[in-house]
Design a protein around this ligand. Structure first.
Ligand code: FES
Length: 195
């Protein structure tokens, strides 16, 4: 008798032993258990994924962020204020927040005699339809969008000189630390990109 039972259960897995029932029911119960485990895993994985995505989306520029070059030979390196000569521009990201394209910053060193002075920073995302503006200001020192020709005046709050953009590029307060690195001193003054 004991031998018959031993033979009948030979090769059983732990699940088989727990589900000591008719083979067809056992198979059904196994599937139900596996489905339950799968649903349990999904119930935890989906909210975790959603939270992670939200955390990434929330990575917007903030006070204290070091600005690093977005492109070129110096991509990823901190922007040193003195590297930008009068009339020159550069585009940068807050370090560690490059995955959010809305963080792209347009830095311009205002040329003397153009109505302002010093280094200024604005969103590099055009307020018309969201193209990135050209990093280098034009010969007149104006920021130009390559998509539909909007033009902004960096010496005067990036006001619109030429449409179709309907509002200025949001400004970004910046500071220069003792080592010359440019850092954000707040966030954009308004919504980035098109309304
Ligand atoms: Fe810049 Fe249209 S997206 S002018």
């Amino acid at each position: 008798m004991a031998t018959d039972e031993a033979e009948a259960t030979a090769g059983w897995t732990t699940e088989d032993q727990i589900l000591d029932v008719h083979p067809s029911r056992r198979r059904l119960l196994k599937w139900l258990i596996r489905l339950g485990v799968g649903a349990f895993a999904i119930a935890f994985a989906v909210p975790a994924l959603a939270i992670r995505t939200l955390q990434q989306e929330r990575k917007t520029v903030a006070a204290g962020d070091v600005l690093v070059y977005a492109t070129g030979e110096r991509a990823g390196q901190p922007v040193i204020a003195d590297q930008l000569q009068a009339g020159q521009g550069a585009q940068a990201f807050p370090q560690g927040k490059e995955e959010n394209q809305d963080n792209l910053v347009e830095l311009v060193r205002i040329a003397p005699g153009s109505g302002g002075e010093g280094l200024v920073a604005y969103s590099a995302i055009c307020t018309h339809l969201g193209c990135s503006v050209i990093a280098q200001p034009n010969a007149e020192g104006h920021i130009v969008c390559p998509c539909h020709g909007s033009m902004f005046d960096p010496a005067n709050g990036a006001r619109v000189l030429h449409g179709p953009a309907g509002r200025p590029l949001p400004s970004l307060p910046i500071t220069v630390d003792s080592s010359g690195e440019v850092t954000a001193d707040g966030t954009f003054s308004g919504p980035v990109g098109p309304d």
